[in-house]
Each structure stands twice: as C-alpha cells, then as structure tokens.
Design a protein around this ligand. Structure first.
Ligand SMILES: O=c1[nH]cnc2c1ncn2[C@H]1C[C@H](O)[C@@H](CO)O1
Ligand SMILES: [Zn+2]
Length: 390
C-alpha cells in the first residue's frame, strides 16, 4: 500500500519553502527597507549620515552593525532607516515595497509594526504618518496582486518603551482600527528592554483593554522571566514579542524529561503566542546558534510558537530564509511549516472569522498543493523506474 503523504523527515526545498503560504506577525517597517531605497530617500531628503553610499555595501553594513550581541547596539542602526522615513512619500514608498517584498517571498498575511512617534521630525502629524503607511500597504497589496501574489497586511502601532507617549499611541491605534480595506490591527511596545519594564505603560494597556483592543509586548528578549511575567500578568498582553526567554522556566532533566515552571506552564496552557525571531536572537545574543535556539524545544512541547523576521534588513533575512535555517537545524517538514503558519494565523489580531477563512481557504490548501506535488513527483519517478525495469 502506498503512503498518502510525504513521509516524516522529507524536508522541503528552498523553492517549496518560498512558495509555501507563510504568516508573519512580527516585522518592523523601519527594519525592512531595501538598501537601494534608503540610498534614494537619503539623496532626496539631503540625509548625509549614511555609513555607505552603495546599496550592496549598505546592506552589509546593516547586517554587520546589528550583529553585536547587544540589543542596545542593534537598535542604534535604526537611526538611519528612521532618518529617511520622515515624509509622506517616503512612508508610502517604504510601506508599499514592504508589502510587495513580503508577497514575493510567499507571505500571505503579515502584521507590520512601526512607531509613529519616530516619524514626526519632517512636520507630519501622528495621523498623517498612519495614513501614509496605510496607503502604502494598500498600494503594495495591489502591486503584489498584479504580479500574481495575494497578501493582506495589517499595521501594529508601536510606542517606544523609553518614551512617554504610549497612551497617546494606544489611542491612535484605537482610532484607526476597523478601517474598510485594512488598517491598524493592534498595538505594541518596543525599544531597549532592560531598565524599561512594560508596567511603565500600564495606562496604555488598561485603556486598550477597556476598548477591547489587541496588543503584543516585546518581552523576554534582552531581559528574562520578570519581563514576560509583567507583560502577561500586569499588562495583559495577548502575545509576546519574542518571549524566547521563557526557556529559562523550562528544565530538561538528565533522563530527557521536561519540567515546566509555573510561568512556562501558564504560557503553554493559555496558548499565549510567542513571536519567535531566530536570526534576530542570534544577533542580539539571546541564542547561540539556530540548532540551539529554543524554538526547537518549544515546538516539541507544543507551545503556540510562531516564526518571524523581526528586521529583514538588519538580519539580512526573509520568512523563507528563517524557515530554511530551521529546516536545516531541526529537519522540519512541510507539516512543521504548516503548523507554524496555522499557529500564527490563529494568533493574528484580525477577527476570528477572517482568521479561519485564511487558514481554511489559503494556508491549508497551499500546503496541500505542495504536498501533492511531492506525491506526484514520487509517482513519476517510481513509474519511470518501473517502466525501465520492464
Ligand atoms: O527586536 C527588537 N526589540 C526591541 N525593539 C526593537 C526590535 N526591533 C526593532 N525595535 C525597535 C526599533 C524600531 O525603531 C522600533 C519601531 O519599529 O522598534
Ligand atoms: Zn521586534
């Protein structure tokens, strides 16, 4: 009897990984610019601080400068991307290219975040920033469709944790939700973690809860369990940005059995989504290698783990590349990729019926098609060998 599915251990090719429908919950708009666009925008704006004028060299500069082992130094590189994103046209262009690039890479749904308060030095208001980015995402979705790709992009508004505008940004996120055609789907806080606990912004989180709105919090990246605990139990985060240090509450015993502490149990029991970003974690020192990244254990233990890019420019990555690294490190199959993608889609901030439709009408059929391709390839090569034997 022949098997109906690809056997476990059949790893997907790079081409299959790229074509597989992927879902991205954690990607920074100002961490994903094309190097050529940065050079163009710097010229137009008279921004003279770029460390390199050649796009290829600039791309390498970002990767190397971000590869520092420290979140604080990693974040310094954003001064150049934010520096050229200060006009309406620049924001529309960057957002449109972001949607196009993600769609080209096989991402079908993405939540892309940025901090509106960082884009005001050219005279834009917070509202004008949000409207420009939304316009860019819609334009990028249209261009992607014209190129045969379908993607839906929602925005998350980030407040910087060292600043004091979180409530104002939360109110902004609330005003721009539920827009026809797509808009702002939630809120986040980002920036240096050590010394800036999420409880500094409790007023913003309490406001969002009263408004029945959604938010994620960068927690458990550069700082450990107390940050995750505060984000969940004081602030009420729906998801954890990174959350990778939950591994500190999981003990693997000498006999291979695993013991979860109370916080790790809570995260798993409540199905709290972890927005894991492997390449970014290697750069900021949160993990030593892909093979040692906690995602391997968290996936085995059935945490609600998702795979994300964080900053495609600074990490020289894409969703496909993240999966390529994981396939190589852990031998993941298309079934594993589907599991991560369904997890991410279940955890998105759009309404339940729309998430379900994406899972049933886009994600699952996409993987089924790739798996059936595999079956037909096997059939073709088997019948070839039967014919030659005959
Ligand atoms: O991984 C991150 N951790 C904390 N903050 C981050 C990370 N990646 C980007 N940021 C910051 C820098 C950006 O300017 C800001 C908004 O996207 O969010
Ligand atoms: Zn991030």
């Amino acid at each position: 009897m022949t098997s109906q599915t690809a056997p476990k251990g059949t790893t997907p090719s790079s081409d299959q990984i790229r074509r597989a429908p992927k879902v991205l919950l954690h990607d920074h708009l100002d961490g994903g610019l094309r190097p050529g666009t940065i050079v163009d925008l710097a010229r137009e704006a008279g921004y003279s601080h770029l460390p390199e004028a050649d796009p290829d060299k600039l791309g390498i500069w970002f990767r190397e400068a971000a590869d520092s082992g420290s979140l604080e130094r990693y974040l310094e590189t954003f001064s150049h991307t934010v520096g050229v994103m200060q006009t309406r046209d620049a924001l529309v262009r960057v957002a449109a290219e972001c949607a196009e690039d993600l769609a080209e890479d096989g991402v079908v749904y993405a939540e892309v975040r940025y901090a509106p308060e960082q884009h005001l030095s050219g005279g834009l208001s917070l509202e004008e920033v949000v409207e420009a980015v939304n316009e860019g995402f819609r334009e990028g979705e249209r261009r992607a469709r014209a190129n045969g790709h379908r993607i839906r992009v929602g925005a998350l508004l980030t407040a910087m944790r060292h600043a004091a505008r979180a409530l104002e940004i939360a109110e902004l996120a609330n005003r721009y939700r539920d827009l026809a055609g797509g808009g702002v789907v939630g809120f986040d806080i980002a920036g240096a973690e050590a010394g800036f606990p999420p409880t500094r912004h409790l007023d913003a989180f309490e406001y969002l809860k009263r408004e029945n709105n959604h938010f994620t919090i960068h927690a458990g990246e550069a700082f450990g369990l107390p940050s995750i605990w505060q984000a969940l139990q004081w602030c009420g985060a729906d998801r954890l940005g990174h959350g990778v240090r939950i591994i500190d509450d999981i003990q693997v015993q000498a006999d291979g059995s695993v013991k979860l502490g109370r916080l790790a149990s809570y995260v798993r029991d409540k199905r709290i989504p972890l927005e894991l970003c492997p390449s970014s974690n290697l750069q900021t020192g949160a993990a030593a290698s892909y093979a040692e990244h906690p995602i391997g254990l968290l996936r085995r233990l059935h945490f609600r783990a998702t795979v994300n890019t964080d900053n495609r420019l600074m990490s020289g990555t894409s969703m496909s590349r993240e999966f390529e690294h994981l396939v190589e490190a852990f031998g993941y199959t298309l079934d594993d990729m589907q599991w991560f993608s369904v997890n991410a889609m279940k955890s998105a901030f759009i309404p339940f019926d729309e998430r379900l439709a994406m899972i049933n009408d886009v994600v699952k059929p996409g993987y089924a098609e790739l798996k059936s391709e595999w079956l037909f390839q096997q059939t073709a090569s088997t019948s070839g060998s039967v014919a030659s034997e005959g």
